[in-house]
Design a protein. Structure first.
Length: 535
């Protein structure tokens, strides 16, 4: 698989005989403007060089390109990039076809999508004047010979009745499409001036990068799967970054509100950038008086970061979302999400530093409002736990602690994804037992790793499975709970699987409902209640 192989995805589905493995916690989605590449389609990348190959690398109008660079520079491993455009237009290619022309258009819009095509008749019978071979290449620069991607279509035909009718075959291309009517004659061979060897026809200069993005472009359409909703095609992501619209324009509140709700539904966290007008800690404290984006599925780090702009040749202030996501992903490789990271881990990589210093008193005041502080050197502070942007609006105290929230998302995402196999499995008591066994083993491993602190095992988690087995039952229900920070309380959720999809919703441990689903488990519930006492 290469970064350009965008039409094929493969993944392993878990079954009843497989253990539940913790899902990754550092996969970061980026939504914004890029120099080139597929539009409204999430592409998984594992290095900045891959980003350069697919999306063209750094581009001054693209704040996304810098955020992705900062992500990998600070230790990020997996970036899920969605390119969004505002009125961009794809370049065309024109091939002579006897008395007519064959017109192709690049799949990806923009002025930097440099394509070239070649036509030959190799291995085509001399008497057959309807068939031809077509080679489409993406090159690094216009007129250059450095090929970055290539597609070869052999034995195409101009005949509509032919199984290799050219417009139908090229509809699967990731580089170009045929537009307009198919000419009656096949395209002419592309030859050099001497007519002795194959040549290429370059794309026309009619591509357009479009206008700067707006908040509406970033939000997109849930129905059409555009903007941030294009992430619906992604299996999962843990963090979402939406870089500023431009150097001088921040993302608007409407984008943050929609993105925070979307992250809640996708069990992810939104990395919110502080406004560019917050130059000092006092500016931030003053601005937070009117701040309206409060969500336990969002987090913020202040201040912005100073980093070297390779295109302009000097240091510049950037929104910190990419660097923050990379830092969190790097910490996860050394410390579990529920653990207390080492002080020397929670700093920016060399070459990056905060745009202003924040004193300890200001740091604590920001933290009470849910805003964390970036640092370039070790801090003398101890026991400071990063927060979410809940700031008193979370359903429980755990929703305000970033580590607790990330642990909850890790548990839910890992179990939901690994137990999807039950959606296509006949309902039976054996199925329920297999799911319960899988899930309890997963919790047991977390317990042994210290995810639930010093609690006793029976105070750490519970698992109940739907024991009903009628043939017409469409959904399979799994009820789980894990310990809150306050002893004797649990975070409860119901995970439901059906052929149409899976859902995860908060759920309490209701004895009457449990009597319907899992009658054999009631003794265990009564025992648990007697041990924990009244809530």
């Amino acid at each position: 698989m290469t970064p350009s192989s965008l039409g094929l995805q493969a993944q392993e589905e878990r079954g009843p005989d497989r253990t539940i493995q913790p899902l990754g916690t550092g996969r970061t989605a980026f939504v914004g403007r890029a120099l080139r590449g597929p539009v409204n389609r999430p592409v998984l990348l594992r290095s900045f060089s891959e980003f350069q190959n697919v999306f063209g690398g750094l581009w001054q109008p693209s704040r996304l390109s810098y955020a992705v660079e900062h992500f990998f520079d600070n230790g990020g491993r997996e970036a899920l990039v969605v390119r969004v455009v505002n009125g961009a237009r794809a370049a065309t290619l024109t091939l002579r076809a006897g008395a007519g022309v064959l017109t192709l258009r690049a799949v990806s819009p923009g002025t930097r999508e440099f394509l070239r095509v070649s036509v030959d008749y190799d291995n085509i019978p001399v008497h057959d004047e309807s068939r031809f071979n077509l080679t489409v290449q993406r090159v690094r620069v216009q007129g250059g010979s450095h090929v970055e991607d290539q597609e070869i279509f052999r034995d195409l035909s101009t005949a509509q009745s032919h199984e290799r009718h050219a417009p139908v075959v090229l509809a699967q291309s990731q580089l170009a499409r045929i537009v307009g009517d198919m000419p009656a004659e096949r395209p002419d061979r592309t030859l050099t001036a001497g007519g002795h060897s194959a040549a290429y026809v370059a794309s026309n200069s009619d591509g357009d990068d479009g206008a700067p993005l707006t908040d509406y472009d970033l939000i997109g359409s849930e129905i059409e799967g555009t903007g941030l909703f294009a992430l619906g095609a992604a299996d999962y992501f843990n963090l979402l970054c939406i870089p500023p619209l431009s150097r001088a324009e921040d993302v608007g509140p409407s984008v943050w509100l929609v993105a925070a709700r979307y992250c809640r539904d996708r069990r992810a966290l939104l990395v919110v950038d502080p406004p560019s007008s917050w130059h000092t800690a006092d500016d931030a404290l003053h601005g937070l008086r009117d701040w309206e984006i409060l969500s336990e599925n969002a987090l913020m780090y202040f201040p912005r970061v100073l980093a070297h702009d390779k295109l302009r040749g000097h240091f510049e202030s950037f929104a910190p979302c990419g660097a923050v996501a990379g830092m969190l992903a790097r910490i996860d490789l050394m410390t579990p999400v529920w653990g207390e990271a080492r002080i020397d881990d929670t700093v920016l990589r060399p070459g990056y530093r905060p745009t202003c210093s924040v004193g300890e008193d200001r740091r604590m005041r920001l933290l009470k409002r849910g805003v964390n502080t970036l640092q370039a050197v070790r801090s003398v502070g101890r026991g400071i736990k990063p927060r979410t942007l809940a700031a008193g609006t979370a359903g429980s105290a755990d929703g305000e602690i970033l580590a607790a929230k990330r642990l909850a998302l890790l548990i839910l995402n890992s179990i939901e994804r690994a137990t999807r196999w039950v959606a296509t499995t006949p309902r039976s008591a054996e199925t329920a037992q297999a799911v319960a066994h899988q899930t309890r083993n997963f919790f047991e491993r977390l317990y042994q790793a210290g995810a639930f602190g010093t609690r006793r095992r029976e105070e750490a988690f519970y698992v109940f499975c739907d024991q009903r087995t009628p043939q017409g039952l469409a959904e399979f229900h799994l009820l789980i709970g894990f310990a809150c920070a306050r002893r004797g309380e649990f975070h409860g959720y119901r995970i439901s699987h059906a052929p149409a999809g899976s859902t995860v919703v908060p759920a309490s441990l209701n004895r009457a409902r449990l009597a319907e689903l899992c009658p054999e488990e009631l003794d265990w519930v009564d025992k648990l209640a007697s041990q924990l006492g009244p809530p």
